[in-house]
Design a protein around this ligand. Structure first.
Ligand code: HEC
Length: 237
């Protein structure tokens, strides 16, 4: 009997030391007795799928799908004569004029409509405040508070040797200062090379506000002497 118990004890200890306890952390490749849900048949984003004619796992939305939660009311959207504001002022969402050239300045009209007419677009203190808020949330981590390309991501990635992020651009170069506004808007909307687009996170109004704030930052780092107020000049030694 005692021999049997000793054998049982050795067997239990051996099994536990080999398989470990449930939930135990280990860097070794796990031994699967029961694979729970770690392996299962599923469709993956960007995966291939022979079942569909286009060969994609991810299914595009059905034609005519209306997104929820964007303020478009179904009764309005499906009424005869409904037009998306974008279609009435495309350059506000593309940053380009009718010929496809980037807008040099800001769009003249917004997407807001009063009495059937598009409202004027003006850069105001409010616009700059919105732009500053969004820039500090979405851009400053990489491009830095002064848009000089020295955000915390750049600093950290230089320390950790992450080559992809070291390419973060300074927005204070002569080339980017000379960009038409529409081109900066386009980079924010669609991204460029290693920078992701922010078109899905910032509304067109917010993107123009960020453009305005980037212009303000560029001016702050490269101000022509005649624009410096006398009171500030007096403090410069
Ligand atoms: C995660 C890091 C990251 C964030 C956040 C980020 N950018 Fe960038 N940005 C980059 C990188 C990297 C580049 C350089 C891309 C390249 O390789 O040309 C770049 C380039 C740019 C350029 C220059 C593009 C050109 O034509 O050379 C502009 C303008 C710009 N970013 C604006 C913005 C603005 C405005 C925001 C905030 C809405 C923003 N970026 C957020 C990483 C970032």
């Amino acid at each position: 009997m005692s021999r049997y118990l000793a054998f049982l004890a050795v067997a239990v200890v051996a099994t536990i030391s080999f398989l470990g306890f449930q939930g135990m952390k280990s860097k070794d490749t796990p031994v699967y007795v029961f694979d729970d849900m770690d392996y299962q048949n599923k469709y993956k984003a960007q995966g291939e799928n022979a079942f569909f004619a286009d060969g994609r796992d991810a299914r595009p939305p059905v034609a005519g799908t209306v997104a929820r939660g964007n303020g478009l009311e179904p009764t309005k959207v499906f009424s005869a004569g409904f037009q998306r504001a974008e279609s009435q002022n495309p350059s506000f969402v593309t940053g380009k004029d009718a010929k496809g050239a980037f807008l040099a300045g800001f769009p003249e009209k917004s997407l807001g409509i009063t009495n059937g007419k598009l409202n004027d677009y003006k850069v105001s203190q409010y616009t700059l405040d919105v732009g500053r808020g969004k820039f500090q949330v979405y851009c400053a981590v990489c491009h830095g508070q002064a848009a000089d390309g020295n955000g915390i991501m750049k600093v950290r990635s230089a320390i950790e040797g992450d080559a992809a992020i070291v390419t973060i651009a300074s927005l204070q170069t002569p080339i980017i200062r000379a960009y038409p506004n529409g081109q900066i808007f386009d980079v924010i909307t669609n991204g460029k090379n290693t920078m992701m687009g922010y078109g899905d996170k910032l509304s067109p109004e917010e993107r123009w506000a960020v453009v305005a704030y980037v212009r303000a930052l560029q001016l702050s780092q490269n101000c022509p002497p005649e624009l410096v107020p006398a009171a500030v000049k007096a403090q410069i030694k």
